[in-house]
Design a protein around this ligand. Structure first.
Ligand code: NAD
Ligand code: ZN
Length: 364
């Protein structure tokens, strides 16, 4: 592997309250012939949730043969779901002009993956891993309606496949365009907003406390952390400024891990999500709540944020699991070598033994 990561970034970024209204203008020059734009919209918006006092779906710039598909994100994206959407689009249209994902991290990941599967043969499960995607996908744009995952800037799309939960990490995965409009996040429920926001906070702690840290990651991570503190600790009420800041924190937090890695909370939470289907944001919070040994200051501050924002972190989720189930989680987690190495250094295997991880899962 090369010494320095040469990473592909998003091509175009637009930021600002109301920037979603510019989507038609952005897409117009990209429209070619008959190929439609496909808007993959988080199913939350199917029930008429508003954007600037009108149902968001009425503001999606649908033209000619364009199509809106509501993404069912009850569960985090599966390879089977990606394959089914791509298959149906190929049957209906042959090819499409672009995939526009409007929603949280799950919808954005789906959009990235469907874009890639419009041009790459086989199943998305064949591409779970690093640099397995060999053909660029169709044009793709990401428009977050929740802030925190950093999926808008990352080079991966996390999918649950037949045998593992792993991303399609590649240079073809990042979006061609992202539209960062904080108004889109205004109606998020308090708990969901907090869990996804904490994903960003945890990215920062794990990146800044990690052994992979360099000045590039640090610059973004420190800024994102500062914004998270302002929003979740210093302010007494949630307002427009909070949405504006959290959207930029998510972006910067994502940029921070682009050049480093996440750490203990993520590594352990992947076991939970694999076995129990625990969602990413809340899963990271459940683990973060119990790992003061690894991130003493970060965890203390996390607990203050939980208290100040009046949010519940689920407890006792590993109660009553069998030894086989604990083993399954431990194996998934310990398989994430770069995360552990970033968190604990080259000798991580001596520190995070199976027994130690078993004891940690027991506490969750
Ligand atoms: P999510 O996309 O799973 O959505 C959570 C819930 O919030 C859903 O019910 C959704 O319908 C709802 N929702 C979305 N926007 C809303 C809004 N504005 N108002 C009200 N409800 C809204 O949540 P998330 O935390 O944004 O994303 C988690 C997903 O992101 C996981 O699948 C995880 O694997 C993925 N992820 C990807 C990356 C990456 O780099 N690609 C990084 C971190 C996480
Ligand atoms: Zn995360």
């Amino acid at each position: 592997m090369s010494k320095f990561r040469n990473f592909k970034m998003v091509d175009y970024v637009i930021y600002g309250r109301g920037s979603f209204n510019q989507l038609d203008e952005i897409l117009s020059p990209l429209r070619k012939g008959e190929s439609p734009m496909i808007f993959l919209v988080d199913h939350f918006f199917a029930k008429g949730a508003p954007y600037m006092e009108e149902p968001l779906v009425n503001k999606v710039p649908v033209r000619d043969k364009d199509k809106i598909i509501f993404a069912d994100v009850t569960y985090e994206p599966k390879t089977t779901y990606v394959d089914a959407i791509a298959h149906d689009l190929k049957e209906e249209f042959g090819t499409v002009g672009g995939i526009i994902g409007i929603g949280g991290g799950s919808t954005m990941d789906l959009a990235k993956a469907v874009s890639l599967m419009m041009t790459n043969p086989g199943s998305s499960a064949d591409y779970q891993g690093w640099d397995l995607v060999k053909v660029p996908g169709v044009y793709k744009a990401g428009i977050p309606t929740l802030s925190g995952t950093g999926a808008e800037v990352s080079r991966t799309t996390v999918l649950t496949g037949p045998t593992r939960k792993l991303g399609m990490n590649s240079d073809y995965t990042p979006f061609n365009q992202i539209v960062l409009d904080p108004i889109l996040t205004a109606n998020a429920p308090v708990n969901q907003r907090f869990y996804t926001g904490m994903d960003c906070y945890i990215h920062c702690i794990e990146s800044l406390q990690g052994t992979y840290l360099n000045e590039f990651s640090k610059s973004y991570g420190e800024k994102a952390l500062e914004l998270c503190r302002e929003i979740f600790l210093e302010k007494d009420n949630w307002d427009n400024e909070s949405d504006d800041k959290l959207m930029m924190a998510s972006y910067a937090g994502g940029m921070s891990i682009a050049y480093s890695q996440v750490g203990v909370a993520h590594a352990v939470s992947y076991g939970l999500s694999y076995l129990l289907g625990t969602k990413h944001g809340v899963g990271c919070c459940i683990v973060m709540d119990k790992i003061e040994e690894f991130y003493p200051e970060g965890v203390a501050q996390f607990k203050h944020m939980v208290e100040k924002n009046g949010v519940e972190i689920p407890q006792g989720i590993c109660k009553g699991l069998t030894e086989d189930q604990f083993d399954a989680m431990i194996n998934v987690s310990l398989g994430l070598k770069p995360l552990w190495e970033n968190a604990l250094g080259k000798n991580w295997e001596k520190i995070m033994t199976k027994e130690k991880l078993r004891a940690l899962y027991d506490k969750l």
